[in-house]
Design a protein around this ligand. Structure first.
Ligand code: WT7
Length: 666
């Protein structure tokens, strides 16, 4: 539940008034064509909520055993959808496409870091996944086992996830930028039986370790459940190999048959666990279902991305995040699409890489994060040769944004310079927990307002309430909730149902509303939603979600540190950046000494969590601002981090003098 010390009051929402209606041409061809079509779907959901979802689940997925119950609320908030139905995720993504005319269609175009590309048709991908799945079975991995995937972007990574799904194993992908300690924590929490990794990864022309980090994680101890480490050979770099435990992927699959009977699972079977940060404690293992989750992946590909048979779809996310799960591994394949899987980074060999790749593969739907857009705007200012106008982007017809609020300036640049003023921009609000898009424009229906994610998808009962759970009027900010369960929602937190309840269905809101953790405001005229930012201690840096507590725990684990408080502050490029206030056990350092220690601590955090969690700035104090009862006043730290003057009431502060010390870098 929202703490009283939130930043709810600090965000005002946008006052943007420009409106961009989709072109008549786009509307004419769109899956959801025009606002009346959207409203009709909303009305259908309102009139018969379960019937609406049941119809869509039957139309969009292939069921081995049809479901007879739609929504089971008997154990709320542990909702079940389509529970007595059986299906298989990999069957729905691959086998279906072998018999519907897509067998020889390109499923994946792999664009490697060095610019080489390779393709796999549906038939080829099916074969690779079947062999992979048989290989997993041959090592004793079976339905219900958890498998950690620690790989970089590759067809093999998608195949690894699909292979797990095929045999009913629950995958848990760990982003390749997380440290050995973070990996270790997830292996233990998930009780995983295997790790699938690669020797190394290629990024920006460099080789970076993966297998060595897995070795380091296992060496931390307590991972006896791990009986297999399967290694995809990506670079051929030198790695240690433990006979018996480690196995090369190419050797594992070499003799496997090209057919693999899918494991039919109940709709509620956990397809995956994905760890994400909360405001307190260790990362939460967000558990997703099979049926409801897949339904949402397929539907949003059609509704939000309006995907058509000829489209080339490119989601630039990494499979380590939920965006990569829903819009790389599952969504595009469920609907028989052709998609790009991109290994590299946006700035290699130069900051024109995205635009060059769009031109090269004739990408028509492009989905990326505001951080990337903002950094490429900057890059094009510095070096005009990488401006999108120098590339043939005429294949594009739809643009998407995800992961953080997009500021109206970045939206306009994206719309005009990348989309040529003709492509709708879908600003998709959602979360790891929601499985897929929640609030977003529909490209052939919703008039767009830069910076607003506009309206909920049909059937999504999003609302804004106050801290007691009562609806607030449009034009007034509040807490974003979803009032009814929806098929792709988080099912529980792995190993921690109590935390699931407390985090997402708090008693303060009556225990019935899903609490997103974001503040939002609806425009009085348009009723559009604008997300005003997290109301808890979760940060969003470059679209990466992090808990302030996690970073604080990492800092205080350093022997030099006595106390630490971490806050976010607005950043022009990364959306938010991390600012840490640290009290050392030794005297407060200044000058060169402070600089040296700050670097040391930043590297320490990178080692503890991963480079993405490195604080941008560290300030040292003799103490932190605290109330008389000892509570750290983060609200004040947020003001100091921004470099602003404190105007708030500080009468409850025990040690006001400390504020001067923390005003700027030591
Ligand atoms: C948090 C979820 C969305 C999948 C990838 C990130 C923020 C996400 C938007 C948006 C404003 C957004 C929210 C949300 N967020 N999309 N379009 N506009 N804010 O998933 O790591 O679970 O993070 O990202 O604060 O709660 P995640």
């Amino acid at each position: 539940m929202a703490a009283t010390d939130t930043n709810l009051q600090e965000n005002q929402g946008s006052h943007e008034s420009r409106v961009f209606a989709p072109s008549a041409e786009f509307v004419a061809k769109a899956t959801i064509s025009g606002m009346p079509a959207y409203e009709k779907l909303c009305a259908e959901a309102a009139a018969d909520y379960e019937g609406f979802w049941a119809r869509l689940a039957r139309e969009n997925l292939d069921w081995q055993k049809p479901f007879t119950t739609t929504l089971d609320e008997s154990d709320a908030p542990f909702y079940k959808w389509f529970a007595d139905g059986q299906l298989n995720a990999s069957y729905n993504c691959l086998d279906r496409n072998l018999t519907n005319g897509n067998a020889d269609k390109t499923a994946i175009i792999f664009e490697a870091d060095d610019g080489q590309s390779t393709r796999a048709t549906y038939r080829e991908l099916h074969e690779r996944v079947c062999k992979f799945a048989n290989g997993l079975r041959s090592r004793g991995i079976q339905k219900g086992d958890r498998v950690i995937i620690y790989m970089s972007m590759s067809i093999e990574a998608v195949a690894a996830m699909q292979a797990c799904a095929r045999i009913g194993a629950t995958h848990s992908v760990v982003f390749g930028g997380f440290s050995a300690k973070s990996l270790h924590e997830r292996i233990i929490d998930a009780g995983a039986v295997a790790v699938i990794t690669a020797d190394e990864q290629r990024r920006g022309g460099k080789s970076l370790p993966l297998k060595a980090i897995v070795d380091e994680a296992l060496a931390l101890g307590g991972c006896e459940t791990i009986r297999n480490v399967i290694v995809y050979q990506r670079t051929g770099g030198n790695i240690d190999f433990t006979e018996g435990l480690d196995v090369w992927l190419h050797e594992l699959v070499a003799k496997q048959p090209a057919e693999c009977e899918p494991e039919w699972v109940g709709a509620e079977h956990p397809l995956f666990i994905l760890y994400t940060s909360g405001s307190t404690g260790t990362p939460k293992g967000v558990q997703h279902s099979t049926g409801g989750y897949l339904l949402w992946c397929a539907l949003t590909m059609k509704w939000t991305f309006d995907i058509k048979p000829d489209d080339v779809f490119w989601c630039t996310a990494d499979i380590g995040w939920v965006t990569g799960h829903s819009y790389i591994t599952y969504g595009p394949l469920l609907v028989g699409g052709t998609e790009i899987v991109f290994e590299g980074i946006p700035t290699f060999p130069n900051a024109g890489r995205f635009w060059d790749t769009i031109a090269k593969h004739k990408v028509s739907i492009f989905y990326t994060a505001p951080t990337a857009i903002r950094s490429l705007i900057k890059a094009a200012d510095v070096d005009p040769s990488v401006h999108p106008k120098n590339y043939d982007l005429s294949s594009l017809r739809l643009l998407g944004s995800v992961g953080e609020p997009i500021n109206p300036e970045a939206w306009m640049w994206y719309y005009n310079n990348v989309g040529g003023g003709r492509c709708p921009v879908v600003d998709t609000f959602w979360q790891t927990e929601t499985g897929g898009h929640m609030i977003t424009p529909l490209p052939g229906a919703t008039p767009m307002v830069p910076g607003s994610c506009t309206l909920p998808l049909p059937g999504i009962m999003a609302a804004i309430v106050d801290e007691a759970g009562a609806d607030v009027a449009n034009g007034q900010g509040g807490i974003l909730v979803v009032k009814r369960p929806w098929p792709s929602m988080i099912r529980t937190i792995w190993n921690n149902p109590e935390r699931f309840k407390a985090s997402y269905f708090p008693d303060e809101l009556g225990g019935k509303y899903y609490l997103a953790g974001d503040g939002a405001i609806r425009n009085s005229d348009t009723t559009y939603f604008t997300i005003t930012g997290r109301i808890d201690d979760v940060l969003n840096v470059s679209g990466h979600r992090m808990g302030t507590m996690e970073i604080e725990s990492a800092l205080v684990a350093n022997p030099l540190v006595a106390e630490a408080a971490v806050v976010g502050r607005p950043d022009e490029t990364t959306g938010e950046s991390i600012c840490a206030f640290v009290v050392l056990k030794q005297a407060r350092p200044t000058g060169e000494e402070a600089k040296k220690l700050a670097t040391e601590l930043r590297n320490w955090v990178a080692k503890e969590i991963g480079p993405i969690a490195k604080p941008k700035e560290i300030r040292f104090g003799d103490n932190l601002p605290k109330t008389r009862s000892g509570k750290i006043m983060r609200r004040l730290l947020r003001v100091l981090a921004k470099g602003e003057t404190i105007t708030q009431d500080i009468s409850t502060l025990e040690n006001p003098a400390i504020l001067d010390q923390l005003k700027e870098a030591s």
